[in-house]
Design a protein around this ligand. Structure first.
Ligand code: PHE
Ligand code: CO
Length: 296
């Protein structure tokens, strides 16, 4: 473990933004956060808490409370770890920026969740193209206290190590699953559709859009279908997939994916905004405002 922490961010080039990867695990330099950093946390925390009150799933909201996360200061990883370790055995580790895929999978497979130590600048409060502390911590950490979801994340890490060994296509299939569940998933609860995806809960605009806008599709969870579905990294999603429970997620992903990857390699990918005859449709999106190209 290194002790000094750098802030590794995407680099601006004449070809646009390019990600920079780093493998270091660092101590959270808590005393080095500025008043501005804590104020950024406070602003984002209060704003999202209010928006998420009737929009995030109950597990997310309950667990946030169990951690005692509050707006007054950026939480200390050490304090959160005491709770996490006891309940699900996960541990947060500090990182400087994006990790290479295999490094990321290896951490998850060992119940270590990497959290970017630095928080976005005030001018990035509404939008940032890369994960920062607010996304990683506010967005991902609460559900790590849920035993079923905690197991799902570890299984995903193990599956990632395996897919990495199988090949690039398998990895694309698996990454889509992460994208449409962990980052942008919706869940059907007694009182209606709710958010559990971290990419949504850490975004003011998308927290409202994903549930209330008529534009996007909302479709029942279907694992092989998701693994064929392209996505966008630069706009709100065109399609959200809805699970019935975290158990459903866990059960669907329990089988060995090796034969599934082989079968999928014979099939075309599906555009991000498509609706198929086999889909269980909660909302057929109007498509208003969708970008016409750029699904990846
Ligand atoms: N069962 C999957 C495999 O064999 C691993 C996995 C688990 C993937 C959970 C995603 C989520 O590869
Ligand atoms: Co994330």
């Amino acid at each position: 473990m290194t002790t000094q922490s750098r802030r590794v961010e995407h680099q601006q080039t004449d070809k646009g933004t390019v990600p920079v990867y780093t493998t270091a695990v660092v101590e959270q330099p808590w005393t080095s956060y500025s008043r501005t950093d804590h104020a950024t946390w406070a602003t984002l925390f209060k704003r999202q808490q209010e928006i998420l009150l009737r929009r995030a799933c109950r597990e997310f909201l309950d667990n946030q409370g169990k951690f005692g996360m509050a707006p007054d200061a950026i939480p200390k990883f050490g304090d959160l770890n005491r709770v996490l370790k006891k309940v699900t055995g996960w541990e947060l580790i500090g990182v400087e920026g994006l990790l290479p895929e295999l490094t990321f999978f290896d951490h998850l497979a060992n119940r270590r969740f990497p959290v970017t130590w630095w928080i976005r600048k005030p001018e990035q409060i509404d939008y940032i193209t890369e994960p920062d502390l607010f996304h990683d911590l506010f967005g991902h950490v609460p559900l790590l206290l849920n035993p079923v979801f905690a197991d799902y994340m570890q299984a995903y890490g193990k599956g990632g190590v395996k897919a990495h060994g199988i090949g690039a296509e398998a990895l694309v299939n698996l990454t889509r699953l992460y994208w449409y569940t962990v980052e942008f998933g919706l869940i059907k609860q007694d009182d209606g559709l709710r958010i559990y995806g971290s990419g949504i809960v850490s975004s003011k605009g998308e927290s409202i859009y994903c549930l209330e806008s008529p534009s996007p599709n909302r479709i029942g969870f279907d694992m092989p279908r998701i693994m064929r579905t392209r996505y966008r990294i630069d706009t709100y999603q065109k399609t959200y997939f809805v699970i019935d429970s975290f158990e459903q997620l866990m059960d669907a992903t329990r089988p060995d994916f090796t034969p599934i990857y082989a079968a999928l390699s014979q099939q075309d990918s599906i555009p991000a905004g498509a609706v198929l005859p086999t889909d269980k449709v909660y909302n057929r999106g109007t498509g208003a405002g969708w970008a016409q190209d750029g699904d990846v």
